[in-house]
Design a protein around this ligand. Structure first.
Ligand SMILES: C[S@@+](CC[C@H](N)C(=O)[O-])C[C@H]1O[C@@H](n2cnc3c(N)ncnc32)[C@H](O)[C@@H]1O
Length: 185
C-alpha cells in the first residue's frame, strides 16, 4: 500500500496493521521527503565509520544518502517490491556492495551492529520497538525518528525542517543518554 503524502493523521485512526510475508506491516510506505535527507545526515553526524540501519527502509533513500557520504548501511524492509527497488537504486549508483538488504520484519533483525538507526514509523510502533532498542542497541548509537517520538525517551536534539506547507520534525536520541531516566508516558 502506498500513500501519496505523510501520514500525520494515520495514528489517530488506530494502529495500521496488515500482514505480509508472515510479518506485520506496522506502517505504510510514505517516503521521507528528499529535502529532509541532508538534515538526517548532519544531525546524526554520519560518516565513514558508521553503520546505518533503516527499520522499514522503503525504497532505501535514507540509507543510500548515508552510504553516498561514506557510511555502510542495512536496509530492513518487509515489502519485497520495495526492497527490490532499493537494491536496484543502489546497484545503479554503484554502491550495492556497501549495503545489506534484508527482506524481513524488523523485529527479527539484530541491531547490535548499528551506530545509527533511522525510523519513520509511528509513535505506537516506536513504543513497541523500545524493548528491542533497549536490549540490543549499543551505547552511543544515534537513533533518529522522523515526526514520531519514542515515548518516554528524551531527545537530545529536535530539528524542524520546513516543507512549505508544514514542518517535519527530526528527533535525535542517543542510547545511554536518552533512555536513562525514562518517563512513563
Ligand atoms: C513510513 S515508511 C518509511 C520508509 C523509509 N524509511 C523512508 O523514510 O523513506 C515505513 C516503511 O516501513 C515498512 N514496514 C512496516 N512494518 C514493517 C515491519 N514490521 N518490518 C519491516 N518493515 C516494515 C513499510 O513497508 C514502509 O516501507
Amino acid at each position: 500500500m502506498v500513500f501519496e503524502d505523510e501520514f500525520d493523521n494515520l495514528e489517530a485512526l488506530g494502529l495500521f496493521i496488515m500482514t505480509l510475508n508472515g510479518g506485520s506491516v506496522l506502517a505504510p510506505w510514505v517516503p521521507t521527503r528528499d529535502e529532509i535527507l541532508p538534515y538526517i545526515v548532519s544531525l546524526a553526524k554520519i560518516g565513514p565509520n558508521d553503520v546505518i540501519y533503516d527499520l522499514g527502509c522503503g525504497d532505501g533513500r535514507v540509507v543510500i544518502e548515508a552510504v553516498l557520504r561514506g557510511a555502510r548501511g542495512v536496509c530492513v524492509e518487509i515489502n519485497k517490491e520495495l526492497i527490490s527497488k532499493a537494491e536496484e537504486k543502489a546497484r545503479k549508483l554503484g554502491i550495492i556492495d556497501r549495503i545489506t538488504f534484508i527482506n524481513d520484519d524488523f523485529f527479527n533483525v539484530p541491531l547490535s551492529d548499528a551506530s545509527v538507526i533511522y525510523m519513520y514509523l509511528l509513535t505506537s510502533v516506536n513504543r513497541m520497538l523500545k524493548p528491542k532498542l533497549s536490549k540490543e542497541v549499543k551505547l552511543g548509537t544515534r537513533i533518529i525518528s522522523l515526526d514520531f517520538e519514542i515515548p518516554g525517551w528524551r531527545p537530545v536534539h529536535v530539528v524542524k525542517v520546513s516543507l512549505g506547507y508544514r514542518d517535519a520534525t527530526l528527533y535525535l536520541y542517543i542510547k545511554g543518554i536518552s533512555d536513562v531516566h525514562e518517563i512513563n508516558i
